[in-house]
Design a protein around this ligand. Structure first.
Ligand code: TXD
Length: 313
């Protein structure tokens, strides 16, 4: 049985971390692509040389040639500019939409059967562009945001209560913007609704921090988060490669679910060998439903703004 092949498009902070995780988790052979010469080759060689120490023997290739991603089973896309302090996710729209157009065209040509996970910001517009340009079925194009955003929610609730993050489950819905929707009514600590354990005012503050969590890291690091987004995307890749049927919040193309048609929105989905196999619809409180509508309206504006940078459909 051939090893799985994982193509990482973008060899920056997240791309390099993804390659590292693929190697240590033995997910398969890795191709690390970037337009910058030397960057993917250097990271790939450095990682390859850690193989004898760590005990992995996957092929890890760094390249500037798209032909090397041929036949990839999974493509994880981080190509683009990262957000700098003071820059909104939306500022990145024009430049990253053009990059996504190139990347998607190349994936369509060289890896036509791949499961594609998009990470590049602004996420909702980038994943939409990827779907549009590749023309892949919706099951095979997904965006990573919700796994990370809900991990942040879990982290902050666990910190508040002094309990293990493993005891906290949470979902964040909507777009990957400042109006994402941490769903309080589904957040639980060891099966206990979080509202029974943390006063509403504190939960308001925690949820505000979740919505601003990307910016909090940017302010500290002067660039965006990379460990946690990489781990989140790897969890999604594993669910696909191992046919886990895992329920994860991801940006998925909605066709009527949650009253949304034709837009990528963060919702709980089942990821297995068929890709995004199912969208799970959950009942929301009136306030949560309204917050989701606001978030979706911003996704719509963002996607429409990106349209003008894409070739005509
Ligand atoms: O949860 C999420 N979805 C995110 C998304 C969380 C954090 C950061 N998120 C976004 O991911 C971030 O705003 C960026 O748009 C991407 C990648 O973040 P990263 O920190 O890895 O950015 P880097 O280090 O700048 O890496 C981007 C690489 C860099 O090496 C460029 O040379 C390369 O992308 N690049 C390209 N690669 C291939 N093809 C093209 N055209 C290209 N242009 C730039």
């Amino acid at each position: 049985m051939a090893r799985k092949k994982i193509a990482l498009i973008g060899a920056g902070m997240i791309g390099g971390t993804l390659a590292h995780l693929c190697a240590v988790k033995r997910l398969g052979d890795v191709v690390l692509f970037d337009v910058v010469e030397g960057l993917p080759q250097g990271k790939a060689l450095d990682l390859l040389e850690s193989g004898p120490i760590e005990g992995f023997d996957a092929s890890i290739v760094g390249t500037n040639a798209y032909a090397d991603i041929a036949g990839a089973d999974v493509c994880i896309v981080t190509a683009g500019l990262a957000r700098k302090p003071g820059m909104s996710r939306d500022d990145l729209l024009q430049v990253n939409t053009k990059i996504m157009n190139d990347v998607a065209t190349s994936i369509r040509t060289h890896a036509p059967n791949a499961f594609v996970i998009v990470i590049t910001n602004p996420l909702d517009a980038m994943v939409t562009a990827m779907k549009r340009i590749t023309g892949f079925p919706k099951q095979r194009v997904v965006g990573q945001a919700g796994v990370l955003d809900s991990a942040r929610y879990r982290t902050f609730v666990a910190m508040e209560l002094g309990v293990s993050v493993q005891s906290v489950s949470a979902i964040v819905l909507g777009g990957h913007g400042d109006d994402m929707v941490p769903v309080r009514s589904y957040c639980q600590v060891g099966g206990v609704p979080v509202e029974k354990l943390i006063p509403a005012a504190r939960l308001d503050a925690i949820e505000h921090r979740v919505r601003q969590a990307g910016g909090e890291i940017v302010n500290l690091l002067k660039t965006s988060a990379f460990y946690s987004p990489a781990h989140a995307a790897i969890l999604m890749a594993e669910a696909y490669l191992y046919d886990r049927k895992q329920v994860l919040p991801c940006a998925a193309l909605l066709e009527g679910e949650y009253g949304v048609k034709g837009f990528y929105v963060g919702v709980p989905v089942v990821i297995g060998g068929g890709g995004v196999e199912k969208v799970i619809e959950i009942e929301l409180t009136a306030a949560e439903r309204q917050a989701l509508e606001v978030s979706v309206s911003h996704v719509r504006e963002l996607v429409e703004a990106a349209e003008k940078f894409l070739p005509k459909a």
